[in-house]
Design a protein around this ligand. Structure first.
Ligand code: KIV
Ligand code: NA
Length: 275
């Protein structure tokens, strides 16, 4: 299995890191087969799987359930799990027990925490406790209420400077990687060159040390809005709708099931039973 030192080495050798979310065993298995370097069990699961309109309702138990499924599907891939909304912002004991539960019960390899500010010291304490931590700056969806919507971050001088300072502290505090979401590509390039740890971008341009996308976005498994930074590598939603429509039609027209889908009894038994 790859490790945090693999990712540092990949950055040094300029080998881009490919990361994607997965939330269940079959998608994790597909990601592993594709050669994904890191699987993220993102709290985006709340939006793309559970149908919430933000990540706020996602619970620790949700993350435990999905992380277990991902671990079973991809036993040899480095997996990171998001700490969900308000599980790491209060007393450190609560944070520790959340992380303990996740790591011991699911076998995930590390956790991701959103934000700068007070999250910075939590990152430090967790890494000191032996937990591999990934930071997450820029657009941090758990703070959507404070940010006032899903908007590009770091566009002003003040916010760009703050992001650079927080990124540096995240590295100093022991994180093994940093996700930068929805920031101008020039700022992402600058932060990537400043840090020794890999910077993994989403909506952050091509000059980061790796990329991450949400599984459902990447395979076109949604009929909703798709942000500018998403590239759809397939249109699974359409394929599914076509398949399900075919199924409904065949059931109605009695063309499914065919004989090849059907079990039969041998003639002797049939004779004895029904004459
Ligand atoms: O939850 C998620 O999918 C994420 C990625 C977008 C980085 O945090
Ligand atoms: Na997330």
């Amino acid at each position: 299995m790859k490790s945090t030192s693999t990712f540092l080495k990949m950055k040094k050798e300029r080998e881009p890191i490919a990361m994607m979310t997965a939330y269940d065993a079959p998608s994790a298995k597909a990601a592993a087969k594709a050669g994904m370097d890191i699987i993220l069990v993102g709290d985006s699961v709340g939006m793309v799987v559970h149908g919430y309109d933000s990540t706020i309702p996602v619970t620790l138990d949700d993350m435990v359930l999905h992380s277990k499924a991902v671990r079973r599907g991809a036993p040899d891939t480095f997996v990171v799990t998001d700490l969900p909304f308000l599980t790491f912002n209060g007393d450190f004991g609560t944070t520790l027990s959340a992380v303990k539960k996740l790591m011991q019960q699911t076998g995930t390899n590390g956790v991701k925490l959103e934000g700068g500010g007070r999250t910075l010291s939590v990152i430090k304490r967790l890494t000191e406790a032996g937990v591999p931590v990934m930071g997450h700056l820029g657009l941090t969806p758990q703070s959507v209420g404070v940010l006032g919507g899903y908007k590009v971050q770091g566009k002003t001088e003040e916010s760009a400077n703050r992001l650079v300072e927080e990124a540096k502290i995240i590295e100093e505090n022991g994180a093994f990687a940093l996700v930068l979401e929805c920031v101008p590509r020039q700022l992402a390039a600058h932060i990537s060159s400043l840090l020794n740890i890999p910077v993994i971008g989403i909506g952050a341009g091509a000059e980061t040390d790796g990329q991450v996308l949400v599984f459902h976005d990447a395979i076109g498994f949604s009929d909703g809005f798709s942000p500018k930074f998403v590239k759809q590598y397939a249109n699974i939603q359409n394929d599914i709708e076509v398949a399900l429509t075919d199924y409904v039609n065949e059931v109605k027209q009695l063309t499914f099931p065919g004989t090849e889908h059907t079990f039969t009894m041998d003639e002797n038994t049939l004779e004895k039973l029904y004459g």
